[in-house]
Design a protein. Structure first.
Length: 202
């Protein structure tokens, strides 16, 4: 089924621009041809892409995971990716509502890596101190602290951080302050048991 796109937004790959004089960036979502699949560079980037060293190794591992027919969970892919890049320390920044899932991820990954975990309420900062209204009737209610989570994992010198169940905005702040690369692990991608083994296929 062909998706209808208003004519004024049809992407013109021959000029590398959307047919709108006010637009200067590429708009791949509006392109019907996708000639990049067959060797055409429609972008303004002609050189300077740094795929060497760890960047090259990263994209090679990613391409292998993408093409390998074996069906894996996201957690398995993260573990394989991390192992092949030589990562030793993995951080878990999790929402306190998903403590059980965080423990499951910890139990699995700690067999292969040094794992550090920080919940969202770390430092126990009161909501009212940041002018945030309480949502429960109690004397004290802690606010989520994604910057604190990131700084503590930075202190642990993690190689990769996993975000587990962080709400919108908290995940953005965490990724902003994390020194290590960060990836979201969807809750639906978790294995059913902490006894799950990961086949690294050396």
């Amino acid at each position: 089924m062909e998706i209808f796109i208003p004519a004024k937004f049809i992407y013109d790959c021959s000029t590398y621009r959307v047919k709108d004089p006010g637009r200067k960036s590429v708009q791949c979502a509006l392109c019907r041809n996708k000639e990049c699949l067959i060797g055409k560079n429609c972008s303004v980037i002609k050189s300077g892409l740094d795929y060497s060293g760890d960047n090259l190794k990263s994209i090679q591992i990613s391409a292998w995971l993408e093409s390998d027919p074996t069906k894996r969970t996201k957690l398995e892919e993260i573990a394989i990716y991390s192992k092949r890049l030589g990562y030793r320390k993995i951080g878990i920044a999790f929402c306190i509502e998903h403590e059980r899932e965080a423990r499951l991820v910890y139990d699995i990954l700690s067999r292969y890596f040094d794992v550090f975990s920080v919940c969202c309420k770390v430092c126990s900062i009161e909501k009212e101190s940041l002018d945030i209204r309480k949502t429960v009737e109690s004397e004290f209610e802690a606010v989520c602290n994604p910057i604190g989570q990131a700084l503590l994992l930075n202190d642990d010198r993690t190689d990769l951080n996993i975000m587990l169940g962080l709400k919108t905005g908290y995940d953005i702040l965490f990724a902003k302050y994390s020194e290590a690369p960060s990836i979201t692990l969807p809750l639906l991608e978790l294995p059913s048991s902490g006894d799950s083994e990961i086949d690294f296929i050396e």
